[in-house]
Design a protein around this ligand. Sequence first.
Ligand code: MIC
Ligand code: SF4
Length: 641
Amino acid sequence: MGENLARKIIGSHLVGGKMVPGEEIAIRIDQTLTQDATGTMAYLQFEAMGIPQVKTQVSVSYVDHNMLQTGFENADDHRFLQTFASKYGIYFSRPGNGICHQVHLERFSAPGMTLLGSDSHTPTSGGAGMLAIGAGGLDIAVAMGGGAFYLTMPKIVGVHLKGRLQPWVTAKDIILEMLRRLTVKGGVGKIFEYFGEGLQDLEVPARGTITNMGAELGATTCIFPSDANTRKYFRAQGREAAWQELQRDPDSTYDEMIELDLNALEPLIAKPSSPDNVVPLSEVEGTPVAQVCIGSCTNSSYMDLMLTATVLRGKTIAPEVSMTLTPGSKQVYTMIARNGALTDMIAAGARILESGCGPCIGMGQAPPTGAVSLRSFNRNFEGRSGTPGDQVYLCSPEVCAASALTGVITDPRKLGAYPKVELPEEYMLDDNMLLSPSKEPEKVAILRGPNIKPLPLAAAQPNTVRGEVLLKVGDNITTDHIMPAGAKILPLRSNVPAISEYVFTRVDPEFPKRAKEKGGGFVVGGENYGQGSSREHAALAPMYLGLRAVICKSIARIHYANLINFGIVPLTFADKADYDQIAQGDVLEIADIGGQLNRGKRVTLVNVTKGTEIALEHALTPRQVKIVLAGGLLNEIKQGA
Ligand code: MIC
Ligand code: SF4
């Protein structure tokens, strides 16, 4: 029997394990990407491995998150990243060149290849037929050194797109519909592979919007076939040589199937404060809006911005609305500048930001208190915008643009005929902000400013792990709760001692102090703990504060891997009801943790305070058991060396 596309690519890169859903496999990685907020750590880790040059076909270091230079920290990091890339054989995408996922799709994506990125939205390049997966920085460092990437073989879900999208209904609505149906944990352990007649209307950038937000589903990744539309995109990017046709075999099957009737789809919107809080736009139409932001790695393509310009042309945004625009890349920026679309948007009153993550990660543009902010982005977790108790809604650029004009949430279908934007025949090509690595690496000196602190390592697990429950939290805790970002905290990403002062402070400002006073301990959580971003600081900084294990109902994929990489044992309740048997402040003990982890899947926990025993489970492979017992992957690599 034939294979589906995802299995074909996994199969051609398989270096360990069997392609049975739920089993651990290892795959070869062709390309890596990092961004600055996760990159400095990834490169410090790579450096610690002592490998002179990266072994991947292509590795790219982007600067797009920490662009607000309010102090020396970010500028220091940029210089470190630039010199590091030059020395170790990595392309460097300079600040201003654009958001990593947008630029990677434009300039490096390649059908059939594997890409591992230290950012959860790495699946964007799946829009061009790549198997693109987000992971923690340490996994990227290992891949750059030529090591395999270990993951649980996902189930492959076929998403059949039937019919055609109606005017003003977009790729964003497709992914919002997926989130409405499946929720933020519906994609865990799955790859979504899109197929069907609906594909013909979806150009590669629109496909990128859909695969990008696969991260919000918790999916391992998402992928589209490489077809005539993909070829058109590669030709327009001057990269037809990198294109190849890639389809599933006609007789292939999927582990699960989803059908989506595009004819029936209408504009949707995610209400605060979760990307799966999706309702038909009609439910919130007329709500007053104070801020509209178009951009982020989800919707900042040339086509998105041209559509926005067409809607705004000759008009003025509503007096109550502050509108920002962020072109996803320098390519997009220069094209809209040359053809006058930028002028139309400036004239209409939009505030134009530099190409980068910007407001998406709380780097500026925090909305006013209690007011609605409408964004074409992918995440609206509470407080992420920088305003406590924020009211962030997620929707298509079409809805954003229409609402910016009226000042209330508006159905764009009321604007009349849909000004459909075609894919350009030729994108403007100039890679002058993408620096190639040095030809004389031995002569390159790495510049490190005072913001770059050495990487802390954990101690090996003691035989008996004992400590207090430092914090007990509920379901769907995001890595934004564990390790907040934003203009104040993000610049500390290269300085673990400093950034650890902010761990869990959104949930409980006393957490870091308590963790240090108690000499570490446990965190207890509900379902889908650690969803969202790939930031390994959400494991690294708690590790620094002495966290030894997390005990949850379930744990999100990337965070789970990051916990292991930094020596924190991820455990789940055998019976979820036992969540209620532990209170914050209880003293817990796991005796002979090494023996227990090695013997089987069960781990017995003693609640010393209550005098009870609780059955826990772990899903660690023997390889992962070794890593957590050693106190993390770097320790384990050093021991093995
Ligand atoms: C995000 O969108 O939360 C980020 C910032 O891009 C993160 C990475 C990070 O925290 O550095 C992500 O999605 O992985
Ligand atoms: Fe940047 Fe936002 Fe995309 Fe993360 S989700 S990579 S912060 S634009």
